[in-house]
Design a protein around this ligand. Structure first.
Ligand code: DNO
Ligand code: MN
Length: 356
């Protein structure tokens, strides 16, 4: 297992690579080209430039998060073929730069959705939260409310140019139900997986977050049954998953250690996101918490033990953290609490390893 840390790049991340290098046990930077519009080819020289920066700091770059999928692919429009051709080109360029894992998601319109970016916790810190009652508002209103809490950062998947036309996107998805979205995922996978096999790049689909339909949009990676269905779409081991403990754990019915025990041994899980969440007890409302088991609803020890027992040899990164000690950066992506999360995961891992 290798420890990673997500980095938004020199322009957009307040955290330096030098600081990341000092977090105990971190060897990997999980990066992306954030200035390439969704659907365009990622140029090789820009990828190599990112790789050079990361390696100059003494860190490695083998996992990208995320190469996002153009909505035309998810909707199944005729224009998808051009976007798929571009994606194939991006896979080839990433492979040439030594990338072996591509994280992506297949959520319509939005990436992950929260309704509050500064949910107050008892210790005076704040965290990201999702409360279903807010989703009664129009999507534009929620976007506006939540984006205005983001300390000036653009939330991933909430790019202003795309969300300016959110109504057009909702109309375009009107006929896309779960079955259609699944068929569109298969069309995409069948086209790109041969390229992945040729280049030894594994796709790692991120769960839907939250793992339930919102705004009437379909969701197809919510639980273990969905994962089995996605495997059946394309049997290649290059058709893989990101297991995000927080996203899956947001549904109290999901047994995250059991999901790890079922899927890690299949060789389809190159990437894990570790985070804890606290269920609020009604609907599927939750707030994110620090990583410690006691602070949330997930048993992080059982999760790490499942990864250890299944010989997980991919990359794990802390997903989000609380905002603590006055840090006011990109909500959920501060240095302090994610570094504390790593220290805790390291401790669990060492204890599990030594007591085996
Ligand atoms: C939520 C986060 C997301 C994730 C993307 C993957 O759990 O990890 O930002 O990175 O949805 O495409
Ligand atoms: Mn995640």
């Amino acid at each position: 297992m290798e420890m990673g840390f997500r980095w938004y790049g020199q322009q957009d991340d307040a955290i330096s690579l030098a600081n990341i290098r000092q977090i105990p046990n971190v060897t990997q930077v999980v990066g992306a080209l954030f200035d390439i519009p969704v659907g365009d080819v990622w140029p090789l020289d820009k990828i190599l430039d990112l790789k050079r920066q990361i390696e100059a700091a003494g860190l490695s770059f083998t996992t990208v998060e995320s190469v996002n999928i153009h909505d035309d692919i998810k909707i199944g429009l005729p224009s998808r073929d051009q976007y798929i051709a571009n994606y194939q080109e991006t896979i080839r360029n990433l492979a040439q730069a030594g990338v072996t894992t591509i994280c992506y998601n297949f959520m319509p319109i939005f990436d992950w959705v929260r309704t509050n970016l500064h949910y107050p916790l008892a210790d005076g810190s704040t965290a990201l939260a999702f409360e279903e009652r807010y989703t009664q508002k129009a999507p534009e209103e929620i976007i506006h409310d939540v984006q205005s809490q983001a300390n000036g950062y653009v939330l991933p998947g909430w790019e202003p140019d795309r969300l300016a036309e959110v109504q057009r996107l909702f109309t375009a998805y009107a006929d896309v139900d779960e079955a259609q979205l699944t068929a569109n995922l298969k069309y995409f996978l069948d086209a790109i997986i041969p390229v992945c096999e040729e280049c030894h790049v594994q796709m790692a689909m991120h769960p839907d977050d939250p793992p339930m339909p919102i705004f009437g949009l379909p969701r197809i990676y919510k639980n273990a049954a969905d994962m089995r269905a996605i495997v059946a779409l394309n049997p290649s081991p290059m058709n893989g998953f990101t297991i995000c403990t927080g996203s899956l754990g947001e549904n109290p019915a999901n047994d995250v250690p059991a999901i790890i025990r079922e899927f890690v041994p299949t060789g389809r899980v190159p990437f894990v996101h570790a985070r804890n969440i606290k269920h609020l007890g009604h609907h599927q409302d939750f707030h994110e918490s620090g990583h410690l088991s006691k602070d949330g609803s997930l048993d992080m020890f059982a999760i790490m033990q499942a990864l250890h027992d299944t010989d997980f040899d991919g990359i794990i990164r802390p997903d989000h953290g609380r905002d603590i000690w006055g840090e006011q950066g990109r909500p959920g992506y501060g240095l302090y609490d994610r570094a504390l999360g790593i220290a805790y995961l390291n401790g669990l891992w060492e204890a599990i390893s030594k007591t085996k």
